[in-house]
Design a protein around this ligand. Sequence first.
Ligand code: HEC
Ligand code: HEC
Length: 218
Amino acid sequence: MRDIGQRLIRPNIAILFMAVLLLLPADLLWSAESPEGDREQGHRLFEEKRCIQCHVPPGKPKEIGPPLATLQRRQGLLELAGRLWNHAPAMQLQFAERGKAWPTLSRKEMADLAAFLLARPGADPPGSVARGQVLLLKKGCLKCHRFFGEGAGVGPDLSRSTVYNSPLDWATGVWDHAPKMRAKAEQLGTEYPRFEADEMVDLVTFLKTSADRNKGTR
Ligand code: HEC
Ligand code: HEC
C-alpha cells in the first residue's frame, strides 16, 4: 500500500497537483448548486424505496440498519454522501440477503431524500484541496481509476467525470456506483476505501478543483 502510494507520487503528478493548489477557494466551488429537495417528497420516497423497512421510525420493532433517527440529522450533503459511501457495502449485503436489487435513485430523488434526512450542501465545511490531494493517493483510488494519465483503467477516468458538478451529483453518483466499486474491490482483492470526518469533503474539493481547471484543456 505504502509502496503503491510512493510510486504514484511521481514528479509530473506532483507538479500538476501543486498547480491545482493555487486555484479557487473552496467556498466558491459550488456556485452552480441545484435547488434543495422537498422534504415531504423525500419522506414519501423513504417509504416507496423501502428504506423504511431497514431504517425504522421510533417505536417500531427491530431494525436491520441504524434507526431512522440516526440517519436523520443536520449534516452536509457531502457528509451524507460519505456515510452512504462507507455503509453501502454492508447495506448491499442486506439487500442481497433478501434477494432485493439495489434501488436506483435519480438526482431529484436523491435531493428529496437528502432533504428528508436533513442534509444540506451549505452545511459542509469548506474542503481542503491539499488534504484532498493526499487522500486520492492514500485511499487507493488510483488502483482502479485514472486521473490525468496516472493510475489504472479499471473504473472510469476521474479527470473526465462530471460527478463533481455539485454535492448532489456526487451523492447521486456514490449511491449509483458504490455497489459496483465494492464488487470490483472484492474481485481484485483490494480494499474498499472508507472515509472519516471531513475526508470526503476534502477529496471531492480536490477532484472538482482539478477537473474544473482542466475543462478548457481537453
Ligand atoms: C435491506 C436493508 C436496508 C435498506 C432497504 C436500506 N438500508 Fe440503509 N443501511 C442498512 C444497513 C444494514 C446499514 C448499516 C451498514 C453498516 O453498518 O455499514 C445502513 C446504513 C445506511 C446509512 C448510513 C447510516 C450511518 O450510520 O451513517 C444511510 C445514510 C442509509 N443507510 C440510507 C438508506 C437509504 C436512503 C435507503 C433507501 C434508499 C436505505 N438506506 C435502504 C440497511 C438498509
Ligand atoms: C477496486 C476498484 C475501485 C476503487 C479502489 C475505487 N473505485 Fe471508483 N469505481 C470503480 C468502478 C468499477 C466504477 C464504475 C462503477 C459503475 O460502472 O457504476 C467506479 C466509479 C466511480 C465513480 C463514478 C465516475 C463516473 O464518472 O461515473 C467515481 C466518482 C469514483 N468511482 C470515485 C472513486 C474514488 C474517489 C475512489 C477512492 C476513494 C474510488 N473511486 C476507488 C472502481 C473502483
